[in-house]
Design a protein around this ligand. Structure first.
Ligand SMILES: [Zn+2]
Length: 230
């Protein structure tokens, strides 16, 4: 697994930029772009999509395509809204003192993201586990942390690491493990056209990295077939 030591779990620079643009990074690299706040970039995105339609040989003025640039712009902003989220805002007050020291697993968290190489979707499931060291987090916060990082342009490897780093930073647990299994449309509908290959990535911290028993317990819990509750 690649290391992203020093990566900011928020994927944002420490210094807060003021004004209408928000600088962001998406991983260990330095600032790679600025995001102009919503209303102001919709119009520019729209005109780019309109150009794109023309370049693809389409007629952007035909009826079916008239509103397409607007819809695409809105949808891209929504699909990348994770840039505007912050892990501390997400977790908020939902960290609780708790003596519990056994593994907490939340599995089968649905995940939808966009690969940064093709801007095509990849989707699948995330499984998260941690062993608390005096503090637990509201369970619903874990899927929201996944969402925050998934709703950006991503590579699956970095997405996995960022989730683990964020949980590590927020909870300082004894250990944390994250596994993501996903299908990439850039592989399935173009290029190699491998429809059934699934990509699995993992990021382990603390006892999940150092202790094979802990890691095995997590993987067993994550992969045991579940029976429906009803
Ligand atoms: Zn791709």
């Amino acid at each position: 697994m690649s290391t992203t030591k020093g990566a900011n779990p928020n994927g944002k620079p420490k210094a807060k930029s003021k004004g209408k643009s928000r600088a962001h990074t998406n991983g260990a690299s330095s600032i790679i772009g600025t995001r102009v706040l919503r209303g102001e970039c919709t119009a520019e995105l729209e005109s780019m999509v309109k150009n794109e339609l023309g370049l693809l040989g389409e007629d952007p003025t035909r009826e079916g395509l008239l509103r397409t640039p607007h819809r695409v712009a809105e949808s891209m902003l929504w699909l990348t809204r994770g840039y505007e989220m912050d892990v501390n805002e997400i977790v908020g007050e939902a960290v609780f003192e708790e003596a519990h020291q056994s593994m907490v697993v939340v599995r089968d968290i649905e995940l939808y993201s966009l690969c940064e190489h093709h801007m095509l979707p990849f989707f699948g499931k995330a499984h998260i586990a941690y062993i608390p060291d005096g503090r637990i987090v509201g369970l619903s916060k874990l899927p929201r942390i996944v969402e925050m990082f998934a709703r950006r342009l991503q590579v699956q490897e970095r997405l996995t690491e960022q989730i683990a780093i964020a949980i590590q930073d927020v909870l300082k647990p004894i250990g944390v493990g994250v596994v993501i299994e996903a299908y990439h449309l850039c592989m399935m509908m173009r290029g190699v056209e491998k429809q059934n290959s699934k990509t699995i990535t993992s990021a382990m911290r603390g006892s999940f990295r150092d202790d094979a028993k802990t890691r095995d317990e997590f993987l067993r819990l994550a992969y045991t077939p579940s029976t429906p509750l009803r």
